[in-house]
Design a protein around this ligand. Structure first.
Ligand SMILES: Nc1ncnc2c1ncn2[C@@H]1O[C@H](COP(=O)(O)OP(=O)(O)OP(=O)(O)O)[C@@H](O)[C@H]1O
Ligand SMILES: CCCCCCCCCCCCC/C=C/[C@@H](O)[C@H](CO)NC(=O)CCCCC
Ligand SMILES: [Ca+2]
Length: 557
């Protein structure tokens, strides 16, 4: 790494020991100065243990505060008693708050207090660190926060007030906070009313459903402001400039989990404060040239659609509703007939069966994102022929009976399945992984499901196939007309019709529903296109875990 010129270097007191403290543009370091020496069997040893050198990246310093030696901190109200010895000799002090990495991708706020001999030196340190922080232009200063008080275990307000707001205050981030009063409150406010120019980002406190509201509000607003028609499936959408932060307080929290590595409110707040940025793909979903919804995580027909439809009636159960409905849906074992046509992503790096994972600074996302912006959108618009042809105009067509059709635009890792629905999917590569699970025995389907929670490959089964695609379409077999407006009613009618025709069989209903990031779509026949890196999050992707996880402090140098 290029050597950075030193901005400041002093000998300061920390917990009654003298340290050489140094600051350059990228790093703040402190190293204990050996004071006493002791002789052990003829060899002189320093009187302290090795490993008392520490470093913190300037980009991960959260704040610096002057400490009032007599009365605790001057400006944040946190009390800190001065050690007797240092208060006499080193009467001035300042505290640096910074990010410390804890277990399993968690971040925590840590503090270190340095004591100075002179007030002028103390002020010089505070001033210089503040100047360094002010130069970090990616950090947000003013945020618009939406809290869903009813998401997950209904703890959104408490989580924000107790865990997040104090950190925003520490980092001098001002906020406007809206506690939502009804579903789509945040979406509509963002789309039509919010004065977005004054903010550096928007934050939601809630689950994937709340995040979806933010995406719909921001993306729709951006398209409207730029004169883009969302109803046209071929239209290239304009990327959103404002970043979105997620404070997880929902039931699945898969967007947060898959972009940060953990669903932990403090970790997410710290990623917001340091101004991280993670681009993300967004799928647009259309029916008959009419825009339905956007999706960033899972579009699931069959199993995941049925789980969601059943679980919506059991919201009162909280996050446990998914386990209940998941088990019930597994037992019903319905399959659905239809035709899937898709445009494989052929020009890109990476496949859904790779062993490599999308991680912070992902090369595949950078490479494929570049490709997309260079020659996009080179989409072959030959209408896929839904006869028996397998391959036409770049499109492939598969007709069959499916237990599940899933499109995962990212891994969809979540606490239920830490590797996710498609472990090798990428957050920002402009593709979605289309997973087709054909009709099979209950036992085999269970094996497939269980593999989402183990090290075994859930795609390595004869009845499962996976394709990395840019666009896809689905048409249910019993698609009566394009205007199947009341899906549920039509489904029931058809179900009874089919069963009357086959009295001895254990027929499945004709239609399932699409689970679109946790929302039910009103149509079964849909057309989906991926928009590469349409939005940005206050996240950096999952960081690689340090190799030696038992090191006391990964920042130690
Ligand atoms: N004040 C409110 N009253 C009722 N519903 C709301 C309110 N605010 C938001 N919502 C809706 O609640 C739904 C669920 O919220 P959220 O995503 O936060 O939690 P969840 O469904 O428990 O978690 P997950 O989406 O991660 O499974 C969202 O679709 C959102 O539109
Ligand atoms: C019998 C053992 C079964 C073990 C199976 C584990 C498989 C779990 C995979 C979980 C994939 C979650 C994908 C994310 C979907 C979200 O957009 C959505 C909204 O929050 N959540 C659900 O639909 C909630 C979906 C919940 C499904 C159970
Ligand atoms: Ca993707």
């Amino acid at each position: 790494m290029e050597k950075q010129p030193r901005l400041l270097a002093s000998q300061l007191l920390l917990k009654n020991s003298l340290f050489e403290v140094s600051l350059n543009r990228v790093l703040l370091t402190w190293t204990e100065i050996p004071t006493k020496k002791k002789r052990v069997s003829g060899v002189i040893h320093h009187a302290f243990k090795v490993g008392t050198s520490h470093g913190v990246s300037v980009s991960e310093i959260l704040a610096v505060k002057e400490l009032d030696v007599d009365s605790g901190t001057k400006d944040d109200g946190r009390w800190q008693k001065m050690p007797q010895k240092s208060s006499e000799a080193y009467p001035y002090a300042f505290t640096v708050s910074y990010v410390e990495r804890a277990w399993q991708h968690r971040w925590r706020c840590s503090d270190v207090t340095f004591h100075c001999l002179e007030g002028a030196l103390c002020q010089q340190w505070i001033q210089t660190i503040r100047e360094q922080l002010a130069a970090l232009t990616s950090r947000p200063k003013h945020l618009l926060v939406y809290i869903n008080p009813y998401g997950g275990k209904q703890q959104g307000k408490r989580i924000y007030e107790q865990k997040v707001a104090p950190l925003f205050i520490l980092a001098s981030i001002s906020t406007d906070v809206i506690v939502t009063e009804h579903a789509n409150h945040a979406r509509d406010h963002l789309r039509t009313e919010a004065e977005l120019k004054q903010y550096d980002g928007v934050v939601c406190v809630g689950g994937d459903g709340m995040f979806s509201e933010m995406v719909h509000g921001l993306v729709s607003r951006t398209q409207r402001d730029n004169g883009v028609d969302q109803n046209s499936p071929e239209e290239k959408l304009v990327p959103c400039t404002l970043r979105i932060g997620i404070i997880p307080a929902g039931s699945t929290d898969c967007i947060c989990y898959a972009t940060v590595g953990i669903n932990d409110p403090v970790t997410s707040a710290l990623h917001i404060i340091v101004g991280d940025a993670q681009p993300m793909d967004v799928c647009s979903v259309h029916h008959n040239n009419t825009f339905l919804r956007y999706s960033v995580s899972l579009l699931g027909y069959g199993f995941y659609g049925d789980v969601l439809a059943d679980s919506e009636r059991k919201r009162w159960m909280g996050p446990a509703r998914y386990d209940f409905s998941g088990f019930k849906t597994f037992l019903t074992h319905h399959y659905y007939e239809g035709t899937v046509s898709f445009l494989p992503a052929t020009d890109i790096l990476g496949t859904p069966r790779d062993k490599t994972r999308c991680r912070a600074g992902c090369f595949i996302c950078q490479h494929n994102g570049q490709l997309y912006s260079e020659d996009a959108p080179e989409i072959c618009e030959t209408d896929p022929d839904v006869s028996d042809s397998e391959y036409k105009g770049g499109w492939q067509v598969i007709r069959g009976k499916f237990l599940a059709i899933n499109a995962a635009s990212m891994s969809c890792a979540c606490p239920r399945s830490p590797k996710g629905l498609s472990p090798a999917a990428h957050l920002a590569d402009g593709t979605t992984d289309l997973i087709l699970v054909r009709k099979c025995s209950r036992f085999n389907f269970l094996r497939h499901l269980l593999r989402h929670t183990s090290k075994y490959d859930q795609f390595d089964m004869t009845f499962v196939e996976v394709h990395r695609v840019r666009r896809f379409r689905f048409t249910p077999r019993y698609c009566q007309s394009d205007s199947e407006l009341d899906l549920r009613e039509n489904g029931k009618r058809l179900f009874s019709q089919i069963c009357r025709d086959h009295p001895a069989c254990s027929c499945s209903p004709a239609y399932s529903s699409w689970n679109c990031d946790g929302e039910i779509l009103p149509h079964a026949a849909i057309e989906v296109g991926v928009h590469c890196q349409l939005i940005k999050l206050f996240a950096r992707g999952i960081e690689e875990q340090p190799v030696f996880e038992d090191l006391p402090n990964p920042c130690a140098i």
